[in-house]
Write a protein that binds this ligand. Structure first.
Ligand code: FES
Length: 144
């Protein structure tokens, strides 16, 4: 005798809906964050001469956030005309590092990085942010 599926009840629909919602939450929790190493590889493969930002947009003694080919980066200018580009992906747990007062700060667990070489100034980050070579070309900062 063929079995028939159980009738759909209000309770069964609610439980099923919660299961789907739980699966979606789980998927969001396991979403892959970019890694500093992966970002460095991707950024390092971009064409030399690619424009990053206007030099005038990078404060002397500070930094600016930018997006380069879909990757979060930080451009710093510790001294006038001296520029650096770092991946903004924190080496601790992958949060996006932000420009701060004379340094680069991670909002997640408080790691701090230097403008000149992204060396770790404090916090749990184990390594500096990866650097990608850049230079000034005319009015712009471009990949070297
Ligand atoms: Fe940056 Fe933890 S992810 S300090």
């Amino acid at each position: 005798m063929p079995s028939t599926p159980p009738p759909v009840t209000r309770r069964r629909v609610l439980v099923g809906g919660a299961g789907v919602a739980g699966a979606c939450l789980l998927a969001a929790c396991t979403e892959q964050r970019p890694t500093p190493q992966g970002e460095a590889t991707a950024l390092g493969s971009l064409e030399p001469g690619t424009r990053v930002v206007a030099l005038a947009d990078v404060p002397v003694g500070g930094a600016v956030s930018a997006t380069l080919d879909g990757h979060d980066v930080l451009v710093t200018q510790p001294a006038e005309g001296l520029v650096h580009l770092f991946s903004a992906i924190c080496t601790h747990a992958g949060c996006t590092v932000q420009p701060a007062d004379g340094e680069l700060d991670c909002p997640c667990h408080g790691s701090r990085f230097a403008l000149t070489d992204a060396a770790v100034l404090g916090g749990p980050a184990p390594e500096p942010l990866p650097e990608i070579p850049v230079q000034v070309s005319g009015d712009d900062v471009v990949l070297a």
